[in-house]
Design a protein around this ligand. Sequence first.
Ligand code: G
Ligand code: G
Ligand code: G
Ligand code: MN
Ligand code: NA
Length: 256
Amino acid sequence: NQMAAELRDAIAAGEFTLYYQPVVELATGRIRGAEVLVRWNHPERGMVMPDEFIPLAEETGLIIDLGRWIMRTAVLAFARWRTVIPLEDDFRLRVNLSVAELQRIDLVDYVREVLRDSRIDPAQLVLEITETALVTGGDVETYSLLSLKSLGVDIEIDDFGTGYSSISYLRTLPVSMVKVDRSILAGTNGDISRNEFIAAVLQLIRAAGLEAVFEGIETKEQVDRLLAMGCTSGQGYYFSRPVPESELLELLGNSV
Ligand code: G
Ligand code: G
Ligand code: G
Ligand code: MN
Ligand code: NA
């Protein structure tokens, strides 16, 4: 497969680039963190979105090298931002992790190394892992999660609401946050039963002792509804789409 071969060379060729989507405090719009989202700046195809190459990277095992590049690049970038912008201590960088990465026994060593090299506070790093990846429950995954937790890194359940896992199982995991999938919010404006559904999702997360972050927020109305339900943080095009580092720094500069 041609794309797999190209993917293999793309890291060395410097074709990947990182975008960042602000995670904001809903009440004020202040930026409290950013999610790292990779793009492939392909010489012929132009900007290729992760949906088109992450699955292939996972199938071919290239996700391990790519994931390491993403983690290192993002965390070192974050360490640089802190030298130019007075970020709050509770600003968090969120990095997506594939199940294949979680299944590597050396994941924790790698994260420890990146933390050491960047000298960031581990509490400012959050790893987003999809609920489907979390429920596999294998020994290595469990070891990874517990070891990451003991490093001081937080784990967030990603794409919540798209899988079939029960919250009672998820609450047994060493996670502290839940990213609610954008499909939960999609098309909710003016729909009362949908509103009750969202409120119930939020209650469930709270009852499990976890913090909810809604994604896919596109309208002011959605912000107001979430605020009325007591939800405090989220991300989405209403606040900002994923942006390159330079634009994120501008947004951060205006936000402090
Ligand atoms: O940026 P975009 O909305 O197109 O991202 C789509 C999906 O691709 C995300 O929801 C996420 O699951 C995945 N993705 C994006 N960036 C990364 C990354 O750096 N690592 C991994 N493993 N997945 C990513
Ligand atoms: O990790 P995850 O796959 O959930 O990444 C979030 C994805 O959702 C990214 O690809 C990002 O581009 C996309 N996204 C972010 N904000 C919005 C939004 O407000 N609406 C929609 N439709 N997609 C969004
Ligand atoms: O505005 P621009 O051409 O940069 O937008 C690029 C793409 O991002 C658009 O094609 C659109 O699909 C998506 N996009 C940007 N803002 C929003 C938004 O607020 N809601 C949704 N659903 N998509 C958006
Ligand atoms: Mn995510
Ligand atoms: Na998500």
